[in-house]
Ligand binder design. Structure first.
Ligand code: ADP
Ligand code: MG
Length: 352
């Protein structure tokens, strides 16, 4: 049987590479050194078996998803990932679970140059809690409270396929095996929109998202040039959509004290959802859940720059509505006629 410390050493402690962390796993604290003048962005997200994922879920995909949902929070703020901690409650020290879990976790971590610097390990019902640390220049964070009247509302990627996959598993919607196979990756392996978030926040361009990882292999090259000039912030407010667009956009509206009108038929449906009936398409794009796409607001003058940022980062961006002075969220159809979608957001304590 693996001891707690064997387990950490075998699966989570890797040779130290020069990066952001001054000291990684093995002491009472890790040490992080953000570059002078930069702010630290910190976020935590927890995944609980039976609540956020089915018992027996694929360990490799869980490793990916646990980190992806955290990187998605950094992306939504426009912060550059630096490092993360991992707290694990495990029913047993099972190599057949730990090995693929660590593989999925580190594949995504390495793609973003984000180093595992510590954590905690205990026996208990399967729970994965990650805290991510990122950096951002003062004044560049994309906050929920910064939406302005007459801003465009944009969405990255597509919406609804994760919700459609869940509906397929629960037999709420009959799906063919092919349809489920198309939708399922969006539920199990979301893509955090880190490069787009950085572009929207006006962070200096470092080329590929894994530029830091490559740079870290060379002890002499700083991961990001110190003092690299920041660009103009392209977006005003942003967040990542985890509980469904309607509820999450509602957080921006409330924090910014504004309202919004969304074109239900402009909402970009995922490839599996796109071929489903209109009613389902509208409901799952407007209030799906588990999308991990960015919803952001930006002045109309930035339309071309935002489209260019989408192309540059390989991320689809779609304009779906407008911020209004009148409070509340309204939906219209492609012809501009009001729609009542009767959707509500996911809430862990009011929904069962
Ligand atoms: P302490 O008792 O001082 O909190 P622990 O004995 O829990 O420290 O952990 C020993 C070291 O291993 C620490 O550096 C801790 O951050 C790290 N660690 C523990 N669990 C994990 C994990 N799941 N992933 C990464 N590092 C971990
Ligand atoms: Mg401990």
């Amino acid at each position: 049987m693996l001891s707690e410390f064997d387990l950490i050493r075998r699966y989570f402690q890797r040779p130290h590479r020069p990066g952001q962390a001054v000291l990684g796993i093995g002491d009472d604290c890790a040490l992080l050194a953000p570059r002078p003048g930069m702010q630290l962005a910190v976020s935590t997200d927890m995944l609980v078996e039976g609540r956020h994922f089915f018992a027996g879920a694929d360990a490799r995909q869980l490793g990916h998803k646990a980190l992806a949902v955290n990187l998605s929070d950094l992306a939504a703020m426009g912060a550059r990932p630096l490092a993360f901690t991992l707290s694990l409650a495990l029913p047993a020290a099972d190599p057949a679970w730990l090995e693929p879990f660590a593989e999925g976790l580190f594949a995504l971590a390495d793609a973003h140059g984000c180093e595992l610097i510590g954590g905690d390990t205990t026996k208990g019902p399967l729970t994965i809690s990650i805290t991510v640390f990122g950096e951002i220049a003062p004044g560049h964070a994309l906050r929920r409270a910064d939406a302005q009247v007459s801003d465009d509302i944009w969405i990255s990627g597509t919406l609804g396929d994760a919700r459609l996959a869940l509906a397929g598993y629960l037999n709420e919607v009959p799906l063919t095996a092919d349809e489920l196979a198309t939708a399922a990756p969006r539920m199990h392996a979301p893509t955090p929109r880190v490069a787009l978030g950085l572009a929207l926040a006006g962070a200096p361009d470092t080329g590929e998202t894994n530029a830091r990882a490559a740079a870290n292999a060379d002890a002499d090259s700083a991961p990001v040039r110190a003092g690299a000039a920041h660009n103009k912030r392209l977006a005003h407010a942003a967040l990542d959509i985890s509980d469904g667009l309607t509820g999450d956009l509602g957080h921006i509206l409330k924090a910014s004290n504004v309202g919004a009108t969304l074109d239900a038929d402009a909402l970009p449906a995922g490839p599996a959802l796109a071929v489903q009936p209109q009613d389902l398409r509208r409901r799952y794009t407007a209030a799906g859940g588990d999308d991990y796409e960015l919803c952001f607001t930006a002045p109309a003058a930035h339309r071309a720059a935002i489209a260019a940022a989408g192309v540059h980062t390989g991320t689809r961006v779609t304009r779906v509505g407008t911020i209004d002075a009148a409070p509340g969220l309204r939906f219209v159809d492609a012809a501009g006629q009001p729609l009542d979608l009767n959707v509500r957001a996911w809430d862990h304590f009011s929904a069962e």
